[in-house]
Design a protein around this ligand. Structure first.
Ligand code: FAD
Length: 456
């Protein structure tokens, strides 16, 4: 790959999976990279911490942020063959004390990311315990980054300028809660967001109402059912219909599914839209997260509205500011690491001038066309970055394949696509067993044949 004639000085915010692969791609392309990470180690949301935040709902803006959203029992919800970066497969290492299962425990992902950073010499690019507090455009087209050391003697902000900033700060630290529940303000029980859920013990013999039916909610309701007296899952999701008809869970006799909460009462009762009522101790909000960029100052060029980061060309570049600022990792319902890698290759190639962007006007037209089509299809704004949603405009892996084509990479492999969709179907059909029972051995074989080219 030809190195850029003038390597760019690039700041990457975050050393999670997105920041690491962005740093790798920028470095590979010859840019000078500095990665800012406020934690003491790399890995982002895969760094488990038993610590929880002082505000269990995560609403207090002055709370100390705990980066991790992991619960202790978490195993991946994707098989390892599709979870890794394309050219650094996430395969069992054969080392002792590692989990070689297809859906391993969370510690295995952290070790994989550490191995990735070691392999590509990324550690020396990272400034740990350094929080970015301000990113803004200067009049000369450079980007001002102000940062401060966290923990110990914090001192004052240090300011430095860069040619470009790549934002990889993740989106699992700013909880969204269900605040439109009638009566919730006067309901006397305990409320917590899944961001602060770690283990089931604190829920021993309690009646828990859990809101949501995301991948985390599906895990957590079962995790809690082991020690709680009763668990009642309330969801407005369309996919929840079958479960709600089922009512009681077939395996756990203390776990029920309901439509959304109708009202929370002052005496501690919670009533659901199906007419049932329970006296609950805890409401656990498994209701996702907000996009949050407290450090970003763009004079209105980039905004977050109902969780849509806008306007962004292909979910990465704000047309008015491209290519100086870019966002890696916003899409949801994707293969995260694979997608981050493609987005990073695109950003690195655009910054070196090897890949061209359309004019600002054309990018804006593309963005507006996307928003109009989403609206016409009835997709709520907050789902703008969901790529593989059934209602989306994109065909299977169309977005990823578009990125790959821009970067001169092959499209997503057929086995990868099949395994991704197959896992999703198994998650719905065999929720209890999808991590340990499967029928896609043919795809696993194809994956390993493919990996051979990267494992010399
Ligand atoms: P993060 O991992 O959140 O990293 C962001 C980093 O930025 C953090 O290290 C943070 O400290 C740092 N940072 C933030 N702000 C600043 C600042 N101002 N200054 C300096 N540093 C900053 N994906 C899968 O592929 N498979 C799974 O099974 C799976 N399970 C998941 C389960 C849970 C509970 C969650 C929450 C997510 C799961 N994911 C899973 C998705 C996961 O988000 C991605 O895999 C990916 O790790 C996200 O990486 P990221 O780099 O975008 O964000």
């Amino acid at each position: 790959m030809p190195l850029p004639s003038t390597p760019k000085k690039v700041a990457v915010i975050g050393a999670g999976a997105a920041g690491l692969v962005a740093a790798r791609e920028l470095k590979k392309e010859g840019h000078n990279v500095e990665v800012f990470e406020r934690n003491t180690r790399l890995g982002g949301c895969w760094v488990y911490s038993p610590e929880v935040e002082s505000d269990p709902l995560g609403l207090d803006p002055t709370r100390k942020i705990v980066e991790s959203s992991l619960y202790a029992s978490l195993r991946t919800n994707l098989p390892r063959e599709v979870m890794g970066f394309r050219d650094f497969p996430f395969i069992p290492t054969g080392k002792v004390n590692r989990d070689s299962r297809r859906f391993p425990v969370h510690q295995e992902v952290l070790r994989y990311l550490e191995d990735f950073a070691f392999q590509f010499g990324l550690n020396e690019l990272i400034r740990y315990q350094t929080e970015v507090r301000h990113v803004g455009l200067e009049t000369d087209g450079k980007w001002m980054v102000k940062y401060r050391r966290v923990g110990g003697d914090e001192g004052s902000d240090v300011a430095k300028t860069y040619d470009a900033v790549v934002v990889c700060n993740g989106h699992y630290t700013e909880p969204r809660v269900a605040d439109n529940i009638p009566g919730i303000d006067l309901w006397p029980g305990r409320q917590i967001h899944s961001h602060n859920y770690r283990t089931p013990e604190p829920y021993q013999d309690q009646v828990v109402v859990l809101i949501g039916l995301s991948a985390s909610a599906i895990d957590i309701c079962r995790d809690i059912a082991v020690s709680a007296k009763e668990v009642h899952v309330a969801s407005r999701s369309e996919a929840a219909g079958i479960l709600q008809k089922l009512g009681k869970h077939p395996v756990y006799d203390n776990l029920w599914f309901h439509p959304m909460i109708e009202k929370a009462h002052e005496d501690g009762r919670v009533s659901f839209q199906d007419g049932s009522v329970v006296l609950a101790d805890v409401i656990l909000h498994c209701t996702g997260y907000k996009q949050h960029f407290p450090f970003l100052h763009t004079n209105g060029s980039v905004n977050v509205d109902d969780n849509r980061v806008e306007p962004l060309y292909k979910h990465v570049f704000p047309p008015a500011l491209a290519p100086g600022i870019s966002f890696i990792g916003l899409p949801l319902l994707v293969l995260p690491f694979f997608l981050f890698e493609l987005q990073s290759k695109w950003v690195a190639g655009v910054l070196s001038g090897r890949i061209s962007l359309p004019s600002k006007e054309k990018m804006m037209e593309d963005v507006e066309a996307l928003y109009s089509e989403l609206e016409a299809k009835g997709v709520p704004k907050r789902h703008t970055h969901r790529i593989h949603d059934a209602k989306r405009l994109f065909g299977p892996f169309e977005y990823e394949d578009w990125l790959a084509a821009e970067c001169g990479c092959p499209p997503a492999e057929e086995w990868r696509k099949g395994m991704f969709y197959g896992t999703f179907v198994r998650l719905i059909k065999q929720t209890e067993t999808y991590r340990d029972e499967w029928d896609d051995e043919d795809l696993v074989l194809q994956a390993y044949e493919d990996f051979m080219q990267y494992l010399s």
